[in-house]
Design a protein around this ligand. Structure first.
Ligand code: FAD
Length: 454
C-alpha cells in the first residue's frame, strides 16, 4: 500500500515531495499561502489555515498529486490517449523557426513561442500574454507578468532553468480586462487546464495555451553553485541573468553589477542538472507539454545543431493551434518543415526515455517503498530488465549527486574543467546507453513497448 491515501492538504503535497511549485495554490490564496526559502527548498508555507472549501479547491487543481492524462486528452482533443505515443495528441509536427531574425536570435531556440505571442498581440487576437521574465527588482529571480507589446514579449524570451511558479499570477489573470494567451511548463499547464475545465473561476479569457518542452527544472541552489565557480559571492551582485544567451544553443550568463561577465555554454552548464534537479521532475511524465495548443522544444539533431541560429520542434495539438500556425505560414512569418512522429521522438529519445519509461520505473520503485506517488491515469510499462537495471544506476547517481558533499566537491572544480568533463561524460554515457534508451521508442505503437491505459 502506498501512502497516497493520506494526501489531504497542501502540507501533505509538500511533505510527500509531490509539489511542482507551479504556483496555483499560492495564486488562489495569496493571503494564506506563500513560497518561502526561495534560494533553497522553495516550498509552500501555510501562513494561516485554509477553510475546508479552500482546501478542496487547492486539492482539486493541484497538479502535484493527480493529473488524469486520458481524461484531459479526451476532453481537450476528443481523442483517446495513447500511452506509447510519447508526444501526446498532435495534428502536425514541424521543425520551425521565426522568419523575423530579431525574434529568432533573441529566443531560446527558433523563437516559436515569442512569434506566436507577438503575432496574437499585434493582430489583436489577444490583449495580453502571460509570460515569465526576470524580476527587475531582483534580477536573479524569475517573475511572471502579462506582456502587452512586442518589446515585453521579447524581454520574456528564452528558457529559465530555475523553479518558476508562474501560476502565482492567477489574481492578475482574473483581474485582467481582456483576452489572454498563456505560456507555462507542463505542470503549470496541467493545473491551469484542470481549473479551466472546472469553470469555477472565470478563465475563459485565456484563448491560447502554449508552452516549452520541459525535461526538468532546477532549484536556485544551481545558481548559487554557478556563482561560486565564478567567485561571485551573492545573488544580490547579479545585474543580468540569462540561461540561453547568444547563438543557439546559447550560454548561461551572469553580468554582475560591477560589470564582470561570466558565460558557460549551455551543454556545459547542464552539469548542474544532477546536482540541483527539482526532484518532483523525476516523477513527471510530460516532456512535450501535452495539453497545450502548441508546444515547442529544441530541435536537437546534428543536422540543425551544426547550423546554429536556432531551430525548434513545434507540436501543433489543437484545431485552434493548427489554424493559428496555418495563418503564420500563409503570412510567411514562420519557416516550417513537416516531420514524422518517429523523427520527432528520435530527436528527444533521451528525454522521452527519462520522462516516460524512467518516470514510471521511479514511480514503481517509490510505491515499493510505500512512498506517495503522482497518479496519471495511465502507465508506460517496461519489461526490459536491462532498462530496469539502468534505471537503478541512474537513480543512484541522482541520489549521490544531490548529497551535500557531492555538491561541495563539484563546486571546488573550476568551471572550464567541470563543463568539459560533463560534456564528455554525457557523450560517452549517451553512446553507451543509446541502445537501451532508443529500444522500442521509435517504432509504431502496436510494435512498441508494452503500454497501457490504466
Ligand atoms: C525548465 C525548462 C526545461 C526545458 N527542457 C527542455 C528539454 O529537455 N528539451 C527540449 O527540447 N526543450 C526544453 N525546453 C524548451 C526549450 O528550452 C525552449 O524553451 C523551447 O525550445 C522554446 O523555444 P522558443 O525559442 O520557441 O521560445 P522563446 O521564444 O524563447 O520563448 C520562451 C517562452 O517560454 C517562457 N518560459 C521560459 N522559461 C520558463 C519557465 N521556467 N517557466 C515558464 N515559462 C517559461 C517564456 O516566458 C517565453 O514566453 C525547456 C525549457 C524550460 C523553461
Amino acid at each position: 500500500m502506498s501512502s497516497n491515501s493520506k494526501i489531504e492538504n497542501i502540507q501533505d503535497i509538500v511533505n510527500k515531495n509531490l509539489c511542482h511549485r507551479c504556483g496555483t495554490c499560492v495564486g488562489l490564496y495569496p493571503d494564506k499561502l506563500e513560497f518561502v526559502d526561495v534560494l533553497d527548498s522553495y516550498k509552500v508555507n501555510v501562513k494561516s489555515p485554509l477553510t475546508a472549501e479552500e482546501n478542496q479547491n487547492v486539492m482539486k487543481y493541484c497538479s502535484g498529486h493527480e493529473v488524469d492524462f486520458p481524461e484531459l486528452n479526451k476532453t481537450l482533443f476528443g481523442a483517446d490517449y495513447s500511452a506509447n505515443n510519447f508526444i501526446g495528441h498532435h495534428e502536425k509536427l514541424y521543425i520551425a523557426f521565426a522568419k523575423d531574425q530579431e525574434i529568432r536570435y533573441n529566443s531560446a531556440s527558433g523563437g516559436i513561442l515569442s512569434l506566436l505571442l507577438i503575432y496574437l498581440l499585434e493582430s489583436k487576437q489577444v490583449d495580453g500574454a502571460v509570460v515569465l521574465g526576470m524580476d527587475p527588482d531582483q534580477p536573479w529571480r524569475v517573475k511572471p507578468f502579462i506582456a502587452k507589446t512586442r518589446k515585453e514579449v521579447m524581454q520574456s524570451a528564452q528558457s529559465k532553468y530555475v523553479i518558476s511558479s508562474v501560476n502565482e499570477i492567477l489574481p492578475e489573470i482574473l483581474d485582467f480586462d481582456g483576452t489572454l494567451a498563456y505560456v507555462g511548463l507542463p505542470c503549470q499547464v496541467h493545473s491551469l487546464r484542470k481549473m479551466m475545465l472546472d469553470n469555477q473561476f472565470d478563465l475563459s479569457k485565456i484563448k491560447y495555451i502554449f508552452g516549452p518542452y520541459c525535461g526538468n527544472t532546477l532549484h536556485y541552489s544551481s545558481l548559487k553553485s554557478f556563482l561560486k565557480k565564478m567567485n561571485v559571492h551573492d545573488v544580490s551582485e547579479i545585474k543580468e541573468l540569462n540561461f540561453r544567451y547568444g547563438e543557439w544553443p546559447g550560454n548561461m550568463r551572469v553580468l554582475t553589477k560591477s560589470g564582470d561577465e561570466f558565460l558557460m555554454p549551455k551543454f556545459h552548464a547542464n552539469y548542474l542538472i544532477p546536482f540541483h534537479i527539482e526532484s518532483r521532475c523525476l516523477t513527471c511524465t510530460d516532456l512535450s507539454n501535452e495539453f497545450t495548443d502548441i508546444s515547442s522544444g529544441d530541435a536537437w539533431a546534428p543536422k540543425y545543431e551544426e547550423r546554429g541560429k536556432g531551430f525548434s520542434i513545434m507540436v501543433v495539438r489543437s484545431q485552434k493551434g493548427k489554424q493559428l500556425v496555418d495563418e503564420l505560414v500563409e503570412k510567411s512569418l514562420v519557416d516550417v518543415v513537416e516531420i514524422e512522429r518517429n523523427k520527432a521522438v528520435e530527436m528527444h529519445s533521451h528525454g522521452y526515455d527519462l520522462k516516460k519509461r524512467g518516470a514510471f520505473l521511479r514511480i514503481s520503485f517509490l510505491k515499493k517503498l510505500h512512498r506517495a506517488v503522482p497518479q496519471y491515469g495511465y502507465e508506460v510499462k517496461t519489461s526490459n530488465s536491462t532498462r530496469v537495471v539502468f534505471e537503478l544506476v541512474l537513480d543512484s547517481l541522482f541520489w549521490i549527486c544531490k548529497l551535500k558533499i557531492s555538491r561541495y566537491i563539484i563546486d571546488l572544480i573550476p568551471h572550464k574543467v567541470v563543463g568539459k568533463i560533463f560534456e564528455k561524460t554525457r557523450k560517452v554515457w549517451k553512446r553507451i546507453t543509446k541502445e537501451i534508451k532508443k529500444k522500442d521508442l521509435v517504432e509504431e505503437p502496436e510494435n512498441s513497448q508494452e503500454a497501457a491505459n490504466s
